[in-house]
Design a protein around this ligand. Sequence first.
Ligand code: AMP
Ligand code: FES
Ligand code: ZN
Length: 302
Amino acid sequence: MKCRRCKEPAVIELRRHNAAFCSPCFLHHCREQVRRCIDEFKMIEPGSRVLVAVSGGKDSLGLWDLLIDLGYDVDGLYLGLGIGSYSDASGDMTRRFAATRGGHLVEVDLPADFGFDVPTAAQVTRRVPCSACGLSKRHLFNSAAVDGGYDVVATGHNLDDEAAVLFGNVLRWNTDYLGRQAPVLPGRDGFVRKVKPLVRLGEREMAAYCVLRGIDYIVEECPNAVGNKHLGYKEALNAIEEQSPGSKAAFYFEFLDKASHLFTPAADAERADLTPCPSCGSPTTGDVCAFCRLVDRVRVGR
Ligand code: AMP
Ligand code: FES
Ligand code: ZN
């Protein structure tokens, strides 16, 4: 197998692109995919300050690395969720990367800053941990960005993640979620713009990217995610991709091209009237925002 660009021996084959690359050309390919994605979806304007949310996994650490190399003014944000040894390991991995690359890391810690962790919130609310976790992440990504004066929040969602979410939403025709599947969610009224610059790269590409760049990342999934629906959708899509390379990308990008606009009115309507939360100032449709209600519930519940 020879590299498509330089004809040297290849180290990775990408069937979806009908191509193989040597190590330097593969790294170039990854940078190009991210650069094109940012351009195409107008994700980051020149001079913007970017905050990349990093979990210590391959996607978000790889993304931070790529954004630094592409010349963006980018800092990292790590959220301590208090999920036992998993959180300890992800925090260590993130701090180590920041130190090696000389990146500035903003840290928010649920237990230290808000007095509870994800497992406790799950117990008190009697819901799955991912529910309190997702709510906390959405809230704290935005508030950390607003507090730090950042223009954009970037997350490490890749093509496999986005195709799996789309698959789940289409299976149940969750029209309001389908309206929010775009790789860019514009900022407004106290919400900072959110972008997913890795949607042109798959899981396997990100793992290879980190290995070839010598980036140490946490391999384990969150213990609460094991066996969830999302992972099942990924497996189903992988089986289809194996039979027919390119299906995953076609499924996601053709949706964006041909159908996503049909669902945006539903999503827009839901974002209609926002007022500042009286407790924390974050934009909310209700009175007190969902995150502050969660903080209160956990305090009272214990
Ligand atoms: P997940 O929701 O775990 O699939 O993660 C999706 C994206 O959210 C990751 O690629 C990161 O950008 C971000 N993220 C997840 N966990 C954290 C965390 N603990 N701190 C900061 N960012 C995170
Ligand atoms: Fe949120 Fe596992 S519960 S990452
Ligand atoms: Zn609030």
